[in-house]
Write a protein that binds this ligand. Structure first.
Ligand SMILES: [Zn+2]
Length: 696
């Protein structure tokens, strides 16, 4: 799970496969050799994970994973448990060694990245100092809010808080390629400012949602008490927060609208923004942040900016002060003393995700540190744990996947030749990035000190805000195609449509996703699928709107667009019917891009696997190669999940829950029925051919 500060920018620029100097200054002498001692052999596939009492046609996900799910309940300190968590835990243990080595190195050069890594970690682990300091490190910010007397002051202070990166009082503001001219970086502005996970949480009228709002009021009030307010004032302030956030939510886009690449592209001049939202002083805003030269902004949600402007003109200064105190304490709490961190955990993790306990302190600190120093830590990580041959193997596999998709594209019957030619051109141009960036970012300017954890978080955040991969100092400059937006140790993969590039960080290139000890069938069902999934993101309902150069432009004939939309509608209807919890259904529109990528990705991986075969492979454990391909896919999807987490993810995540990502995909594929001839009409999940979705 992404921690709060990593919650995605409101515009979904990340498409992930699951539900963060020149560093030559680093003293890496003893890290030079790749250490594979932690690479224990990982079985390709474990029969004992299967539940053979389940008929595969009734529930393939449980047939493959039933016993594993039964034997692997969610640990107390996790929201769910899955292969991603297993690999993430393994990776985190390795990072711990790297970071502790840095922290123990008392002779690290002053200002070196190694020193920054070590100091950040040390201040994070020093809970005695953090508890003793209490609110002292926040006092300057609290005083700043306290001294506000006008609406203009409200804005000045919110501008200041925004520059710490982890606090987004109203919106996020960052640099990213211009979707319609993807060679140039422009400024983006995207709605934020809500304490609940999504705008719909403020309006749903079901019992669970009303309970969540009650819990939220209670949580906000407790935080105000911790800030020193009387219980009466705290409770009144909590109501003010819920009222104001509801107003912000009311002008916010829905999560389905936020997926829409066209609807969220609104490049506006300052004059246009001023005309739309005169209640906010935009020139002051840019000048406060140190970027008075910015003349145009891509406003993702114009309605939100208008709504914020109206609020600026009608809310009282006192209520804004309450609002800013809340934004400050909400974002800071995880890095303050235990009573603040406990209260923050209680609402965000326990109430919303059902997690019973916090992870150990060192893990929480590393997770925070990875959000700010992810790339420098990743540089040390790949030196030690990423074998160069993995990169070559992965590149070869990606090339096989591209080849398989090229063949399918050429033979598509529903697409006209002119569109096909553009699609092929896009596929050829798509860059596949594996392992780690060729060029590392410069972190020399990040200031990390020995004084306090939260101040390190603010200073590091300020550096990322200005100089990170999305940092505002990139506005107006050509897009650097060598930039990675996520650190190499991330156990994840991404597609960035404006770059026409897909990324496979070193973190995902580990067993069981990428397993040197597994047969091709299992590997093509796992990492092969992952590559296919990211490729197909370039051709999902949003990705297809970008051309070979990553520009948002319509290269489809009207007939082909209509045909595409007709087949994707089948998928929307199918997923809308998946019931995750009693009465809680998957949102087929919210998850459409991922579902297209899953179906297309597994299909392409299947045909890439066929290309590797020289004759019929021998059965392993009684299963044919084609069966093992599907077993491999279902296996890496295995997951135990708490009901609270499931609910929150269904309402907010662009990915469908795990078991629907297995069953929802395979029962659409004719190749699956061929592999398992025992699946017949009448089985619970059997889909007759005419009801199956086929897109790519
Ligand atoms: Zn995806």
């Amino acid at each position: 799970m992404r921690r709060d500060l990593l919650w995605p920018w409101a515009r979904k620029i990340l498409h992930t496969i699951m539900l963060i100097s020149l560093i030559s200054t680093i003293q890496a002498t003893c890290l030079a050799a790749v250490d594979t001692s932690l690479n224990e052999k990982y079985p390709a596939f474990n029969l004992s994970s299967m539940d053979l009492s389940i008929h595969p046609g009734d529930d393939f996900h449980s047939y493959v994973n039933g016993k594993w799910i039964e034997n692997n309940p969610v640990p107390a300190d996790k929201p769910w448990y899955s292969e991603f968590i297993v690999v993430d835990d393994r990776t985190t243990e390795r990072i711990r060694m790297i970071v502790e080595q840095a922290a123990n190195n008392t002779s690290a050069k002053d200002g070196s990245v190694e020193q920054k890594i070590g100091l950040f970690y040390r201040t994070g682990l020093d809970t005695a100092t953090i508890d003793r300091q209490g609110l002292v490190p926040l006092q300057e910010e609290l005083d700043r809010i306290d001294s506000i007397t006008t609406t203009a002051d409200v804005q000045r202070v919110s501008d200041h808080l925004l520059s710490y990166y982890i606090i987004r009082p109203f919106f996020s503001f960052f640099a990213y390629p211009d979707s319609k001219n993807s060679q140039i970086t422009i400024a983006w502005l995207s709605q934020s400012g809500l304490g609940l996970p999504d705008r719909d949480y403020y309006f749903r009228q079901d019992n669970e949602s009303m309970k969540t709002r009650e819990d939220y009021l209670d949580h906000v009030a407790k935080m105000f008490v911790l800030l020193g307010d009387s219980p009466e004032n705290a409770s009144r302030n909590a109501k003010t927060i819920l009222r104001m956030e509801t107003r912000l939510a009311n002008s916010s886009f829905t999560n389905v609208e936020n997926r829409d690449a066209v609807k969220t592209y609104n490049r506006m001049t300052l004059q246009e923004i001023e005309a739309l939202a005169p209640g906010f002083n935009w020139r002051q805003f840019l000048s406060d942040l140190g970027y008075p030269g910015i003349e145009e902004i891509n406003v993702n949600q114009p309605a939100f900016v208008k709504g914020l402007s109206d609020m600026m003109q009608t809310e009282t200064v006192d209520d804004w002060k309450t609002f800013l105190r809340w934004k400050l304490i909400r974002a800071s709490a995880p890095y303050l003393g235990s009573e603040f961190e406990n209260e923050s955990f209680d609402f965000i993790y326990r109430k919303l995700y059902g997690q019973e306990q916090m992870e150990p302190r060192w893990k929480r600190v590393l997770s925070t540190e990875s959000a700010f120093l992810g790339e420098p830590i990743g540089q040390l990580y790949v030196q030690k744990y990423f074998a160069p041959e993995s990169k070559a193997e992965m590149e070869e596999m990606a090339s096989n996947l591209k080849k398989a998709f090229r063949f399918r594209l050429m033979n598509l019957t529903w697409m006209e030749n002119s569109t096909k030619a553009r699609a092929l051109e896009k596929l050829e141009a798509m860059q596949v990035k594996v392992g780690y960036p060729d060029k590392w970012q410069n972190y020399t300017g990040m200031v990390i000190k020995n004084d306090s954890y939260i101040e390190n978080v603010f200073r590091a955040g300020n550096f990322i805000f200005n100089h990170g991969a999305f940092g505002l100092d990139k506005v107006g400059k050509p897009v650097d195609r060598d930039t990675w937006f996520d650190p190499p140790q991330d156990v994840n993969a991404y597609a960035y449509p404006e770059m026409n590039a897909i990324f496979f960080p070193a973190g995902i290139l580990q067993p069981p996703f990428f397993n040197p000890d597994a047969d091709d069938a299992i590997n093509y069902g796992a990492i092969g699928f992952n590559i296919g999934h990211e490729i197909i993101h370039g051709f999902d309902d949003q990705g297809r709107k970008f051309d070979a150069n990553g520009n948002l432009t319509d290269w489809w004939t009207a007939r082909d667009s209509a045909a595409f939309n007709n087949s994707t509608r089948i998928l929307v209807d199918q997923y809308n019917k998946f019931e995750a919890l009693p009465g809680l259904f998957v949102n087929g529109n919210l998850t459409l891009g991922e579902n297209i990528a899953d179906l297309g990705g597994l299909t392409v991986a299947y045909y890439a696997y066929q290309q590797t075969l020289q004759g019929e492979p021998e059965k392993i454990d009684g299963f044919t190669g084609n069966q093992r391909f599907f077993l491999g896919y279902a296996q890496f999807r295995r997951e135990s999940i708490r009901n609270e987490s499931l609910r929150t993810l269904v309402l907010t995540d662009v990915h469908s829950p795990s078991r629907f990502r297995t069953n929802g995909v395979v029962f659409n594929m004719p190749e699956f029925y061929q592999a398992f001839p025992e699946i017949k009409p009448g089985d619970k999940l059997y889909r007759p051919a005419e009801e199956r979705a086929a897109i790519w």
